[in-house]
Design a protein. Structure first.
Length: 197
């Protein structure tokens, strides 16, 4: 029987030198897509983004605010840890940077199916590894131990063999680490301007 993992949408700054940020103006579209496809989700963010993003959260999901970013700059890993703690009994987790609103529903479905056969999955488009990354419940302890300075799941991907899920979705390559994204300051300014209207 296919698993139904929780999608962790991470809207947070990444450590310096790790690329751009993972909070973009497409997060509302992304959350809408998850709701339309009946995928459970949690939006995990930092205090700097919390005010702007709380307006986008519908009843179907949750907004988790990681307080760990007070300790260091960048908190992608801490946001993942907080989201996993918010959904400890999930059948797994798909870690999805918030700046990927163009991800296809079919890609998310295929990754969820992949978690039924493997505890670590990632999409592959034309031989290139992308996001989101799927983790089975076996990774609970590893995920909640992610630290502020870590670049998300990269350490886990390097340590454990994963299963590539071939997808026909170039959007899996458009993420915050070297992909297409919008600088955080502009995103927060636009969302705050929207709030004040």
């Amino acid at each position: 029987m296919p698993k139904c993992p929780t999608v962790i949408v991470v809207a947070a700054e990444v450590p310096q030198g790790a690329g751009d940020v993972s909070c973009t103006e497409g997060v509302g579209d992304l959350l809408g897509k998850l709701c339309l496809n009946n995928l459970p989700w949690v939006l995990s963010t930092t205090p700097s983004f919390f005010g702007a993003l709380r307006l986008l959260v519908a009843a179907e999901g949750d907004l988790v605010c990681s307080m760990r970013d007070r300790l260091a700059q960048g908190s992608f890993g801490a946001c993942i840890a907080e989201a996993v703690l918010a959904r400890p009994h999930a059948e797994g987790w798909l870690v999805l940077p918030a700046n990927m609103p163009d991800i296809q529903s079919e890609t998310l479905r295929l990754l969820a199916e992949g978690l039924s056969a493997s505890s670590l999955v990632f999409p592959q488009y034309k031989g290139l590894r992308g996001f989101p990354v799927g983790f089975g419940p076996e990774f609970f302890s590893e995920l909640i131990a992610l630290q502020v300075h870590e670049r998300g799941t990269q350490r886990l991907l390097a340590r454990y063999p994963g299963h590539a899920v071939d997808v026909d979705d170039p959007a899996v390559l458009q993420h915050g680490w070297g992909g297409v994204s919008v600088p955080a300051r502009r995103v927060v300014q636009r969302l705050n301007a929207y709030q004040s209207q």
